[in-house]
Design a protein around this ligand. Structure first.
Ligand code: FUB
Length: 451
């Protein structure tokens, strides 16, 4: 990880996330990602899950502060560090570890960061309320208000600024999803909160995210239909409804992560769904990690269901390490993904090919204008075997074959000449030819001079 310093703020460039694969923040747990486009970049304001330092929350959500992350290309992410913490907000119980899903909005030349937390003073309210912190720039420094917003009791704030300039705030409270107008100062309600009706009666609803596209308002939210949350949406003609239920944006997690929480943005002509899963903590689903995948609409404005991917978005430079464990497709048999070090999941994953013909496909690799001459790979094999790389599918062009020697960990770097490697953008198809057991950390293309 590289650190560099810009003006007064420490920024950490997250080299572990250089390929826009999922999850895209890999050095800490992150959840509830609210993405916003500010100053020509994407800023992501997530919750910051931590393993609980206190017994009371050992098996529950535990969050003491917020970081903000930014990216111009959704590939290289910068961590701007902590912007708000529970011990620096006057109204927050500093021992509550309750800084759940936030949002941020630009208005009147300022950035307003909305966050829920448990109040310390029962004269203000009880349980979770929503406060605001204000900054001149999207990454802070944020100055918290002395008190939370009167009348907003609950979690998961989200804001919408309508075309006429009227701002709205939405949140989850007392089993319902709520909404109200905000005053011009963005700090007080301008109307009584209303329950957003016409949504399903049964099952937990939380995490509202509301946006407008082509004159229609999309009211999207996580909903527990049976055991875990799917992302669903309703549509309407006005910011506070009425809305009509439309369908599913993302199905329940196949691996049982209880929550999902999302946001939707358009950036450089493409729509994206930011959401979370527990990739780095498969045994404990309260330590989550943020992801991003592309989202598309049907001509009638309905949302096409998003299939969660490990590959994520964006291109991967062929001359950088390509980690096929963040695959696009995997063969039905003989291929698996494992942690490099199960005791330290932040170290990442490996691809295991252990049956003749097993394969992994990794899409959108950018070779650029010049053709590389060699393929390098960091591998481990208890048997030895032959690794074959093709472009564009099982019947695509065979560009490399590398004899992997019998080796036991630690990992061995191998290289081999390329047979007429391509330029431009291609999908890679990596397979085990003949029998064997090969584990791959990464592959990378290069010029012969760097062998
Ligand atoms: O992160 C804590 C809570 O889990 C959020 O507030 C909910 O939306 C769910 O993601």
């Amino acid at each position: 990880m590289r650190k560099h310093y810009a003006s007064l703020f420490a920024i950490t460039l997250l080299s572990g996330a250089l390929s826009a694969q999922n999850p895209f923040i890999r050095d800490q747990f992150t959840a509830d990602p609210t993405a916003r486009v500010f100053e020509g970049k994407v800023y992501v304001y997530p919750s910051h899950d931590i393993p609980s330092p206190i017994e009371r929350l050992r098996e529950w959500f535990c969050m003491a502060d917020y970081h903000v992350f930014s990216s111009e290309d959704l590939t290289e992410w910068a961590d701007h560090g902590v912007i708000i913490s529970q011990d620096k907000v006057p109204w927050v119980d500093p021992e509550s570890y309750s800084m759940w899903a936030p949002d941020c909005v630009y208005r009147n030349s300022k950035y307003y960061f909305y966050f829920p937390a448990s109040v310390r003073d029962t004269l203000i309210g009880r349980g979770s309320m929503v406060g605001v912190a204000i900054a001149e720039r999207p990454y802070g420094p944020f100055v918290p208000q002395a008190e939370p917003i009167r009348g907003v009791h609950g979690i998961d704030p989200c804001t919408l600024t309508d075309k006429d300039g009227q701002a709205y705030i939405y949140w989850a409270g007392f089993g319902n999803l709520m909404g109200a107008r905000l005053k011009e100062n963005m700090l007080e309600l301008a109307s009584e909160p209303v329950v957003i009706r016409e949504l399903p009666d049964k099952g937990l609803k939380e995490g509202p995210f509301v946006f407008e596209r082509e004159g229609r308002y999309y009211f999207t939210f996580p909903w527990v239909q049976d055991s875990t949350e799917s992302l669903v949406y309703a549509m309407g003609e006005n910011p506070l409804g009425p809305f009509g239920m439309k369908g599913v944006i993302m199905d329940q997690s196949p691996t049982g992560c209880w929550t999902n929480h999302h946001s939707i943005i358009e950036y450089k002509g493409q729509w994206y769904l930011f959401y979370h899963h527990n990739d780095l903590s498969p045994q404990f689903d309260k330590n989550r990690s943020v992801r991003v995948d592309s989202l598309t609409f049907n001509p009638d404005g309905s949302i096409r269901k998003v299939i969660p991917s490990l590959r994520g978005v964006g291109l991967t430079n062929a001359r950088n390490e390509i980690h096929p464990d963040r695959y696009s497709r995997l063969s039905d048999t003989g291929a698996a993904i494992g942690f490099l070090h199960p005791e330290n999941t932040f170290a990442g994953w490996k691809t295991i090919l252990n049956e003749a013909g097993a394969w992994v496909q990794y899409n959108r690799v950018d070779f650029g204008n010049s053709k590389p001459e060699i393929l390098k790979a960091l591998v481990s094999s208890a048997t030895g075997g032959k690794l074959v790389v093709r472009t564009d599918g099982v019947n695509g062009k065979r560009i490399a074959e590398i004899a992997i020697p019998h080796s036991s960990p630690p990992w061995t770097e191998v290289s081999g000449a390329l047979a007429d490697a391509p330029a431009g953008m291609h999908d890679l198809f990596i397979s085990l030819e003949g029998r064997g057991h090969i584990e791959i950390d990464w592959i990378r293309f290069d010029e012969a001079a760097n062998r």
